[in-house]
Design a protein around this ligand. Sequence first.
Ligand SMILES: [Zn+2]
Length: 510
Amino acid sequence: MFYLRYTIVWPLFGLILFFCVLHTEMSAQFSSKNCGSNLDHSNDPRPFFPSYINLDAIKFVIPASAELLRDYIRHPSVSGSEVEAVDYFQALCTKKGLYIFEMNAPDGSRNFIASIFPLSDGKPNYIFLNHADVVDVPSPEDWKYPPYEGVIAEGQVWGRGAYDNKGAAIVQLMAILQMAEKARSENWNVNFSLLCLSGEEVFSSGGARFVADQYIEVLNAAAFFGEGPAGVQGVVPRKPEEKIFSVALAHKRALWLRLKLTYESSGHGSTPPLHYPNKDMVAAVNRVLKSREKLQFNELNTTILHLLGDMEGGIKGFFLKNIHLMTPVARSIIRKNPLYLSFFANTISLTRIQNEGLSHNSIPNEVVALLDCRLLPGIKTEDFINKIKKQLNNKNITIEVVLETPDALPTRPDVFLYTSIENSIHSVYSDAVVAPMMLQATIDSNFFREKGFPVYCFVPILLTPQILRTVHAKNERVPIVALENAIQITTKLIESIAERSELITKPPED
Ligand SMILES: [Zn+2]
């Protein structure tokens, strides 16, 4: 019995676990669904193995997705310096047999679309959006593994961009490649593409904005699948197993304002005048920040209330879930929580107050304040600025719009497409909650939504809240299991769209 256990049972268990956890390419039949995928299993596999097995001596087979992601991470691409990474990714798509169409902006930004069929075929095109640029790494020494090495360890791929957004790009590529041969041999009447963009993190004018303005006709877009919320597991403390995937159908948009106040006042700090620019600006901006933005409830953000209610639990949760019954209490709960508030109101952040570098005891004659405003869909820039002017209550302060992203109307979901997304997620995570929502952040997709195209924003990669916090922070990483499952979800989505379009366009057989 002892012999049996140590020669057959443990190694067999180890082998199954090994295939399930690390999701080798060979292990398609042991899909994560079949072996009860759970994020916890994707971390360090060591506890699952008996101590006498020397894991360091075993060469784990790493799936191609993880290797490709590692290689992509190894091309650092902080916004503004992503050309080399785009070149790498484009060459990879070319090597894998996809058709490439470049859309390079005059400012040097590189963008390209890689498709199963050439765009010149004119087939309705379902486009997955991703961006090549990443945010900076201020203190690489604080990372567990170097941020630009794409280290594969503990069942995860580590590095800047592992999730945002190189991980998503690799998921899209792998899914498209999985269906490409079938699509071509059956000559599908729809096309599927990935669109790689530059400068997303900095609202660059040479990325999505440029492509949407200059090439929208060429793309033959039927719908876009953009960057959006990741799937999360364990966000509701009382339901640690619950997996939530949100599909964003609307975005808040950014409006960046530069306020300036200039006039001469006496200049010495020892005898402050009654009025001087810094003092007046602080008082005026304070009036803006103190004013309460109206809460606005619509179809999309009220679906979030249910989720927030679940997260809160208890009496607060009850009030949030029953906003129509308990409006004043729920409203006060929302106002006290900045995250909740961001879903229901325009927000204003004072991100900088600046002067020329004078000495400590000199009163400057000019002050600039920067406001980062995030507006709900349908709020007009002019109306919003007029309201700010009233609140500032200082006619000498000038307001300049530094940047604004488009005010795009929410996508009215096509029932088939939305259900296909939902079903694809359920094909891997059968018990997941899938809900439509509005995103507080502003991302690339809004430029395409503004042109009137349907845009569904979601990233089918399932993360824990702990891993989600590493996005734009240190130790960004993505579990390999989650990566592989996301490929499966995306492949399923492609397949169901293709099946539907065959039904629609082919004459019925009799
Ligand atoms: Zn991103």
